[in-house]
Design a binder for this molecule. Structure first.
Ligand code: C5P
Length: 401
């Protein structure tokens, strides 16, 4: 399967109080496996030190067009070549004015002019500076020139005023960058995803559930959206924000998840069952809280429907992906599940490694065999799973012709 090389991002920081948020952005990009080259304007150095960004990025920070560390004296060329994107965060009104007019009077503006890669800017300024006709003219020009404008957001400003002009939060900028750079492998596809646990009520206050944070399913939803898909996310109870552009159905029980899946499956090209669906539910749900007695009690459980197996058994099923969390004999149990449920791809992970964690280590099992992915953040694993699904889907369409 295709391995992706590390992304190279040039992060430009210009002078504004929001420069402190750039430190968190560097951390998120590095955690995600990107290489980050920080370039700062002189004004930015008044707000945050190059030393902080050097420590976080693990690379020397550049601020000067005439930096002697670049031996041929062409730092603007050396730094912009090989970059997958230049991201300016924060982008001041002054810097956007320079970009809009093609000015190149310092290292950062010169390397933006010399770039061969996408440019994204995250504006940050006082609301009146943002609303000023000159700034709006510059923003419109940048958009016409193909520059992606990330934000700004509205809210409290460092100057004490409230309005539009705040820089997006680091996580939002990170998500936007991922989305802009992701290859559109699932363009035009409808993807239906289940995520999180289910909750099988016993009475109004108690129930049976399982330990699933929903992080893997939500990361796959995000990766599928970034790959250009339309995503419907059927989610059990989790403490996560769903991606804004996904259609989200929140459910509690397996029966509700099944009903939601039945509703959306007809239009799905791809079904990815990431949810940890409870296999059993209490036979009876008490309308009142069950009172404690002086004796032991037993519960009779009845089986829940297997949603994934049902989807895969439809006359014209979507491309089906299952997840198998096992505590032992991982590949053997997961492959048996793949065959029994008749799904094209099974993603296997050890339950003790995956539950609640931010990282995951998975093996992909399909007709071609096993593909072990290295341990990585769930966001990275999700992108690799989406790329694998896209590749298998393309291969399936070719063999059907
Ligand atoms: O059989 P097991 O629960 O281990 O299989 C896991 C896979 O099957 C996951 O993809 C899960 O979402 C799906 N599943 C389901 N309905 C169930 C049980 C599991 O869709 N009742």
């Amino acid at each position: 399967m295709a391995q992706t090389r590390n992304r190279r991002i040039v992060l430009g920081i210009t002078g504004g109080i929001a420069a402190y948020k750039a430190a968190e952005l560097v951390r998120l990009l590095i955690k995600d496996g990107s290489e980050v080259q920080v370039v700062m304007t002189q004004a930015a150095c008044g707000f945050i030190t190059p030393a902080t960004l050097q420590a976080l990025s693990g690379k020397p920070v550049f601020t000067d067009l005439w930096d002697s560390r670049v031996t041929d004296g062409m730092a603007h060329i050396a730094l912009s070549r090989g970059a997958d994107a230049i991201v300016i965060a924060p982008a001041s009104a002054n810097f956007m004015a320079k970009l809009a007019n093609g000015l190149a009077d310092d290292l950062l503006s010169t390397l933006c002019l010399a770039r061969e890669c996408p440019l994204m800017v995250a504006p940050a300024m006082n609301r009146q500076m943002w609303e000023n006709k000159a700034t709006q003219r510059n923003v419109a020009q940048l958009a016409r020139d193909g520059v992606a404008i990330l934000g700004p957001a509205s809210g409290d400003q460092a100057c004490g005023e409230v309005g539009l002009g705040r820089m997006l939060e680091a996580q939002q900028i990170f998500d936007e960058v991922q989305s802009q750079l992701a290859p559109k492998l699932l363009a035009g596809k409808n993807v239906l995803i289940t995520a999180g646990p289910t909750f099988e009520a016993l009475d109004p206050v108690r129930g049976i559930t399982n330990r699933s944070s929903g992080k893997m399913g939500y990361a796959i939803a995000r990766a599928a959206l970034d790959a250009g898909a339309k995503v419907t996310l059927v989610s059990g109870p989790v403490h996560l924000d769903a991606p804004a552009s996904a259609r989200v159905e929140r459910i509690d029980s397996a029966a509700e998840m099944f009903a939601a899946v039945k509703k959306h499956v007809k239009s799905a090209d791809i079904f990815i069952g990431v949810a940890a669906v409870a296999d059993y539910r209490p036979e009876r749900v008490s309308a009142q809280k069950i009172k404690k007695k002086d004796d032991d009690m037993s519960l009779r459980l009845v089986q829940n429907p297997d949603i994934l197996a049902w989807v895969a058994a439809q006359p014209k099923p979507p491309f089906c992906v299952g997840f198998a969390a096992e505590s032992q004999k991982l590949n053997e149990f997961a492959d048996a599940k793949r065959r029994r449920k008749k799904v094209q791809l099974m993603v296997a992970n050890l339950a003790q490694h995956a539950i609640g964690a931010d990282d995951n280590e998975v093996t992909l099992l399909d007709d071609a065999g096993l593909h072990k992915l290295p341990r990585a953040p769930k966001t990275v694993v999700a992108r690799q799973i989406v790329a694998h699904v896209a590749a298998l889907g393309t291969a399936r369409r070719k063999t059907r012709k």
